[in-house]
Design a protein around this ligand. Structure first.
Ligand SMILES: Nc1ncnc2c1ncn2[C@@H]1O[C@H](COP(=O)(O)OP(=O)(O)OP(=O)(O)O)[C@@H](O)[C@H]1O
Length: 302
């Protein structure tokens, strides 16, 4: 897989405030990466730099080997800014046609492309509406449609589901999932849980610093089980589970919840062994799920 985004020691200041501090990360083709962090962490600033709207103060950044904003990236990289707006005077179709024309399409090809991307986001029937006549969710979907015009290889989406109800947010995630076979994405969000299923890579930004990077590949070396017990986990339970072959670590997340990390090469039936151990001791459990939530992955080391 080839590298599509490369950031090295990226720094950005606004006046005396350092907003991005020594950021280094890479994205490979096919990655669907989540950029997560609290308000003011620097997500939009990073997106602005990747789009070529803002310049870093130091460090290097390249997309497909080119500087952000360079003409070589024209049509290759698309972005949905956080507060994307439509002009109230024109229909959605007219504005998407215009974006298609900006990408060099003929008027006819631009119209075809508009129809294609509006169908993708389920807005074919609203093509002739003006933005004011659409709901917030529809406007967001129309803005996402704009990012799909042409054949971009990398799409940067700044909070694509912000302000959407759960059904609309789910539709957007399903759309990204459907399209992610041929396209790489970087998606910023506050919502760890919604990106959990979607992304194979997570960048966690806090106060301008990259605090964690996790990838799906990290999950292959060690496997996790999250166990929710009926009763508070006692020293007795943890002592018994600690004896199981293949166990790497055992963490008590909450009173009744344990996260077991194990090596599947040493014990491929580890989950079965956990159940047998519980049954043999008469300990009841509510839930045993494979894997570790993204929240656990991000915050367990903090
Ligand atoms: N043009 C600017 N001038 C001065 N400070 C700025 C500017 N743009 C952003 N900042 C500051 O940079 C910091 C990071 O802002 P940024 O918008 O990148 O964060 P964010 O992670 O996208 O936040 P949110 O989740 O609230 O959108 C904030 O402290 C913000 O006030």
């Amino acid at each position: 897989m080839s590298t599509i985004i490369q950031c090295r020691d990226l720094c950005k200041r606004f006046g005396s405030k350092t907003v991005l501090k020594q950021l280094s990360f890479e994205l490979a083709s096919g990655d669907v990466a989540a950029l997560i962090g609290p308000n003011g962490a620097g997500k939009t600033t990073l997106f602005s730099i990747l789009c070529g709207y803002a310049l870093p103060d130091s460090g290097s950044v390249s997309l497909f080997g080119h500087k952000p904003g360079s003409s070589a990236l024209f049509g290759k990289v698309a972005a949905l800014p956080q507060d994307a707006q439509f002009d109230p005077a024109f229909s959605i179709a007219e504005q998407l046609d215009f974006y298609g024309r900006l990408q060099g399409l003929s008027p006819k090809a631009a119209q075809q492309e508009t129809r294609r991307v509006l169908a993708l986001v389920d807005l074919a029937d609203q093509a002739q509406q003006k933005a004011a006549a659409l709901s917030h969710g529809m406007r967001k979907r129309a803005a996402i449609a704009q990012a799909f015009i042409g054949a971009p290889q990398l799409i940067l989406l700044d909070e694509p589901t912000a302000g959407l109800d759960p059904v609309n947010a789910l539709q957007i995630r399903q759309l990204i999932n459907r399209l992610s076979d041929g396209v790489s994405f970087m998606i910023s969000s506050h919502n760890i849980f919604e990106l959990e299923q979607l992304c194979n890579k997570v960048l966690y930004l806090e106060q301008g610093q990259l605090k964690q990077q996790t990838t799906a590949a990290d999950d292959n070396a060690a496997q996790y089980l999250t166990l929710v017990l009926e009763q508070d986990n006692s020293a007795e339970v943890t002592a018994a589970l600690s004896q199981l072959p293949g166990l790497i670590s055992l963490g008590a997340e909450q009173k009744k919840q344990l996260v077991l990390c194990y090596n599947p090469q040493l014990n491929n039936d580890f989950d079965l062994a956990v159940l047998q151990c519980l049954a043999a001791n008469g300990w009841r459990y509510r839930n045993l799920v494979k894997g570790q939530t993204l929240e656990q992955k991000l915050f367990s080391a903090n």
